[in-house]
Design a protein around this ligand. Structure first.
Ligand code: ADP
Length: 495
């Protein structure tokens, strides 16, 4: 750009110089020549050259304005349109990003595919659509179908959220940008926002691509929860960036969190993370599949079905570590096949080593089974879309009714209270299991009283519905025990 300016400056000076030389030559020829001036042609020539000189003078003086009026040359406009194409986006309010020489944001090529993810087949099915979209965008664009820009993976730690996101990138063979939410939270206001801008810029430049933000709650916490200017600025930038590109741009943002309830509502609104995928601790069948994956091509001499049964409460990461530790034990004793002793040593190590693990002993598994069986019993009777209840399910992912009736709201409260009431009936005292379900029940009752004026007291609603539940359980105690046995054995009840 600078070189071009210098060249045009030189050209103008050269034009002025040649015009002056030509004028000089004209005057000289006029004086020296014997010929008679005909039709004022000499004067015409001088006039023309003077005009040329004046024109070049004005061009020099007003060159910036003229540059604005004259259309860019073909190459320049082609370059611009290429840049626009590479962005593949309709940017709205996104500032020109400031490039950071020290940026650590780089994409990786994921070599993980769905084959490396054992179990969680329903989750894989949900994400297959995104893989297909990234692989065959035309198929969707033909019908103007816009896929979600953001997918939120919700679930406890170690259940494969990062793994499945990497598998989506691997299956689609697109760049994978991994960032943890905490890496955006800086001391200085604006730093996190700048990093968000840069992340999206890079992802767009290499689109189709996947941005994965782990622990998104670090930036996406509700703006009401304790003021923090830096986090707010970062969150606002994330929202702006997500609004600023079209669903067909080829950038998919996958966020992961284990605390969806603390996320700012704006993040969950349409056009942002409007698709949510819930992951839970692995079921018995999934634990078996995960264990089998990690012992592929290894000699084993232990009861793998029993191990799957004995590892209730292990997350997928702990299962991977368990097999790894067992293999270390095998190597230590110079063995060539995995034995029961390798496994039991490893199991203890993993159980004590992992703080976040919620390992269930037999008693605790029974408590949780009664809780979930009671929930299943009540849900089964309602006209709910829930198809199964698993041992570790917390909360009820039912279809939201936009205009629920009073009895529908009461049914929702009962679904959420069923577990704790069932336990109280069977075990003769209350247990503390899932606080979130009690809270949901309370919130619905509160809405019924204060928002919709359906009842006078939230407490009365809760007490009445608890009594109804108690009666239902006492009248159907055999059915409840039956369901408890099923969930104890299979860890899931399918309706
Ligand atoms: P999260 O992101 O939910 O905390 P990760 O995806 O980081 O969990 O999982 C940690 C590790 O656990 C993975 O690297 C992988 O070794 C193992 N893992 C998790 N889920 C699975 C699965 N479904 N199949 C196989 N391995 C898994």
């Amino acid at each position: 750009m600078v070189d071009k300016k210098i060249n045009s400056e030189k050209n103008l000076k050269l034009m002025m110089l040649s015009a002056s030389v030509l004028i000089g030559l004209f005057i000289y020829t006029m004086i020296k020549s014997d010929s008679v001036m005909e039709n004022g042609s000499y004067l015409l020539g001088i006039g023309f050259l003077l005009a040329l000189m004046t024109a070049s003078f004005y061009v020099k003086k007003y060159k910036e304005k003229i540059r604005e009026i004259i259309p860019k040359n073909k190459f320049q406009s082609e370059l611009d349109s290429n840049i626009e194409k590479s962005n593949k986006t309709k940017q709205k309010v996104i500032d020109e990003p400031t490039r950071d020489e020290n940026s650590t944001i780089e994409a990786i090529t994921s070599n993980i595919t769905f084959k490396d993810v054992a179990g969680i087949s329903s989750i894989k099915e949900e994400l297959e659509e995104i893989v297909d979209f990234l692989n065959n965008p035309k198929k969707y664009q033909k019908y103007n179908v816009v896929l979600p820009k953001g997918v939120l993976l919700v679930g406890p730690p170690g259940v494969g959220k990062t793994l499945i996101a990497r598998a989506v990138a691997g299956e689609a063979d697109v760049p994978f940008f991994y960032q943890s939410g905490a890496s955006f939270v800086h001391i200085y206001v604006g730093m996190g926002a700048k990093r968000v801008r840069e992340l999206f810029l890079k992802a767009r430049a290499t689109a189709p691509s996947i941005i994965f933000i782990d622990e998104i709650d670090a930036i996406g916490k509700s703006r009401g929860m304790g003021s923090n200017d830096e986090r707010e600025a970062t969150l606002n930038e994330l929202l702006t960036q997500m609004d600023g590109f079209e669903g067909q741009s080829g950038v998919i943002v996958i966020g992961a969190t284990n605390k969806i309830e603390v996320l700012d509502e704006a993040l969950l609104r349409a056009g942002r993370f409007d698709r949510r995928v819930f992951l839970t601790l692995p079921s018995l069948q999934d634990r078996l599949k995960i264990l089998k994956l990690y012992i592929t091509n290894k000699n084993v001499n232990f009861d793998i079905d029993k191990l799957a049964l004995d590892t209730s409460g292990f997350n997928s990461a702990a299962l991977a570590t368990l097999v790894n530790e067992a293999l270390l034990n095998m190597i230590k004793r110079d063995g060539t096949s995995l034995l029961e002793e390798d496994i039991s040593g490893a199991k203890q190590k993993v159980q004590y080593g992992k703080k976040q693990l919620n390992i269930l002993c037999a008693d605790q598994k029974e408590i949780l089974s009664i809780y979930q069986a009671s929930k299943a019993f009540i849900i089964k009777q309602s006209l709910s879309f829930v198809e199964r209840v698993s041992l570790f399910d917390e909360g009820i992912q039912d279809d939201e009714c936009i205009y629920p009736s009073k009895s529908q709201l009461e049914q929702k409260i009962k679904n959420n209270l069923a577990g704790s009431v069932g336990l109280e009936v069977i075990k003769k005292e209350p247990y503390a299991v899932f606080e979130s379900e009690i809270q949901t029940a309370q919130n619905i009752a509160k809405d019924m009283v204060y928002k919709y004026k359906m009842e006078k007291s939230e407490n009365d609603i809760i007490v009445r519905l608890k009594d109804e539940l108690k009666t239902e359980f006492l009248e159907n105690i055999d059915e409840l025990n039956n369901l408890t046995d099923i969930i104890l054995k299979d860890e899931v009840i399918v309706f």
